[in-house]
Design a protein around this ligand. Sequence first.
Ligand code: ADP
Ligand code: MG
Length: 317
Amino acid sequence: MHDETPAGFLLALGGNAFVTGGEPLTMPGQFAYAEAVATRLLPCVRDADRVVVVHGNGPQVGHMLARVEAALGTAYALPLDVCVAETEGELGYVLLQALRNAWRAQGVDREICAVLTQVLVAADDPAFATPVKPIGRVLSAAEAARLRAEGVAVQVDVGRGWRRVVASPKPCAVLETASIARLLDGGIVVIAGGGGGVPVTTAHERLLGVEAVVDKDATAALLADALALTTLVMLTDVPCAFEHFRSPRQRAVGRITRARLAALAADGHFAPGSMGPKIAAACDFVDRPSRRAIICAPDNLAAALADTDGTRVHDGE
Ligand code: ADP
Ligand code: MG
């Protein structure tokens, strides 16, 4: 069957796209690592009409919250939605520069632009009743108890310690979708949906930022669908999803149908909050034959695009 759909990629970069495993986060490190990742993205952008880049912000928003806390009494406080917006600005800038530098060096001269993104969430999303997404630094037991007494949700983040937790509601719509589509029509590469976008709700026909974080993989799938892109690539720090992860029976998930992948997810193979959201995003996005979703690392991206490595999800038709 001849597929008339023009190639369109959404590349979702994990927070790990800006830091090599275990190293402390620094600005020079983020610029350098982002440029290395940008070089790996070239196979996607060379021939594609439409390219969108989404990025994570977990570590960066944690640092932003630490700065806010340290400066209390000196500088005005920033609520979480503003911290997310701040990291969209920070990482948008890092990516704009890294992409331009990396691509120019390889003779690719495409316009790139970063769009500050608001994501609409439902005020009555059940996620608000049970916040589970850890944010910010590790707290002492005494700090956790004090925050809890003040009504702030805290939980033990397994393997790390007490942390603040916030809701991670489902993204319903990206408010800047029409602007992004126009930029794509003009051949411009767009960075959008950073950190999953700034979560906002509507009340009395007005927008209002909320204390929550939206999963960037969920926003990536929503945006890729709304913009009629054909390939969703989620770049992370593992080369693929695994069955029986970190057990002696661990096995790579390669080319797979969404039905089979959903069955593995239902069997609990993918951890919530890390690989789980990527699998859900892949299954949501790949609901027709013209679409594919890929989970891989920067190192095996080229092979994953060539359908020989990484997790490649298709609709099985
Ligand atoms: P990102 O910043 O790319 O979103 P995450 O930490 O959220 O990164 O997700 C990637 C992580 O998911 C991997 O580092 C790995 O430890 C974890 N993970 C959990 N379950 C699995 C699985 N079944 N297969 C592969 N990785 C998994
Ligand atoms: Mg993640």
